[in-house]
Design a binder for this molecule. Structure first.
Ligand code: FAD
Length: 332
């Protein structure tokens, strides 16, 4: 039995003060990831700071025409919001592709972003894992690699980030709004998660004493078509092998706007800047399957698959190509 204290935060300042008072404290939201990890013996917080009663559960318009999503808005409520469904279909579809209805009813916006980047070995405390216990080694090296990274990994860690929602937020250029002892900061969603390097124990750039209070979505871009497509081993209740969040504005002559992020391929949601550049370069030509394949292949030139997950590279290239074809209606 590990003794854990419990504190229900009364307001944002109280939550930040409580977390800052103890390096082993953790915020508790829906608990669907943190409590799992406590049961598995992966997390042993000395203090749980419950943030579920904070007034952060609303979805409101912002002055610039975007949307502010409170940190404790449940994933199912966010997916069902009429404005999100209408203006940010990438996000609504990504949320509905995640976990199960029961989990989405509990899971929160902030908790989803901060669910641990993980793999089967991280989840199994009987195996060495640099992310769980720095310096013990990586069991995925030479192990079961079907779900592991093909981009941006390091010999210390090959785990992939599991959140579907976070892939959509990276593609949408969302901002994560956090409050710490010195006030409020904004972190671009695309830079919120990090690559493992030689410190895989850190999944994000967020310091310990920061509370996520909201996520802000920029105003929707006129004329965009967007979607989220997830390829997985089961039709539901399975993490992505590969997923694509993409939105484009296409004219018969060219692509004039493209934002793409890819899930299931790296330690973080992978913003596909190389593919975007191919689509948007001068003289790229009319939207075509050939152009989309060129863009997708450009993103994976630097891929370094492991033995056992080589299939992910052609799968990701084909999925991105197909998503762009469907969004633009290109037939050849
Ligand atoms: C069986 C199963 C299948 C799943 N499948 C998928 C899937 O296919 N796709 C997918 O995307 N997800 C999937 N998930 C993960 C699920 O989406 C997450 O567990 C959930 O989103 C976490 O949200 P939560 O509110 O329960 O977080 P919690 O477990 O409460 O917290 C998670 C982390 O966030 C921190 N935290 C919470 N709120 C804040 C805050 N306001 N500020 C700072 N830190 C905070 C906590 O301290 C903790 O470290 C699955 C989970 C399970 C158990």
């Amino acid at each position: 039995m590990i003794p854990t204290r419990y504190h229900r935060a009364t307001d944002v300042d109280d939550a930040v003060a409580a977390i800052a008072s103890d390096p082993d404290a953790r915020f508790l939201a829906g608990g669907t990831n943190l409590v799992d990890h406590m049961k598995l013996g992966i997390a042993a917080p000395s203090l749980l700071v419950d943030v579920t009663r904070l007034p952060l559960d609303t979805i409101t318009p912002t002055d610039d025409g975007g949307v502010r999503v409170g940190a404790t808005v449940r994933n199912s409520d966010l997916a069902a919001d009429p404005v999100v469904r209408q203006d940010y279909p990438i996000l609504a579809r990504a949320l509905l592709a995640g976990a199960s209805p029961q989990l989405r009813n509990l899971a929160t916006t902030a908790g989803n972003l901060l669910q641990r980047t993980r793999c089967v070995y991280f989840q199994d405390p009987s195996t060495p894992c640099n992310k769980r216990e720095p310096g013990t080694g990586c069991s995925a090296d030479g192990g079961f690699t079907r779900y592991h990274a093909v981009l941006g990994s390091s010999p210390a860690c090959y785990a992939t980030h599991p959140s579907d929602m976070a892939v959509a937020l990276a593609a949408l250029d969302a901002q994560v709004i956090v409050v710490g002892p010195d006030g409020e900061e904004r972190i671009p969603a695309a830079h919120f998660h990090r690559l493992p390097g030689d410190a895989p124990e850190a999944d994000t750039v967020l310091p310990h004493d920061r509370l996520i209070v909201a996520v802000e979505l920029p105003p929707p871009v006129a004329g965009t078509a967007g979607t989220y497509r997830k390829v997985r081993d089961r039709a539901s209740y399975a993490f992505a092998l590969v997923s694509v969040a993409a939105e484009v504005v296409a004219t018969p002559e060219s692509i004039t706007h493209a934002r793409i992020a890819i899930g299931g391929v790296a330690h973080k949601p992978w913003r596909a800047t190389l593919a975007e550049r191919v689509l948007l370069r001068d003289g790229a030509g009319t939207p075509s399957v050939e152009l989309f394949r060129e863009a997708a292949e450009a993103e994976f030139v630097a891929a370094e698959p492991m033995q056992g997950n080589e299939f992910k590279v052609p799968l990701a290239v084909r999925t991105l190509t197909a998503v762009l074809r469907d969004l633009t209606g290109a037939t050849s």
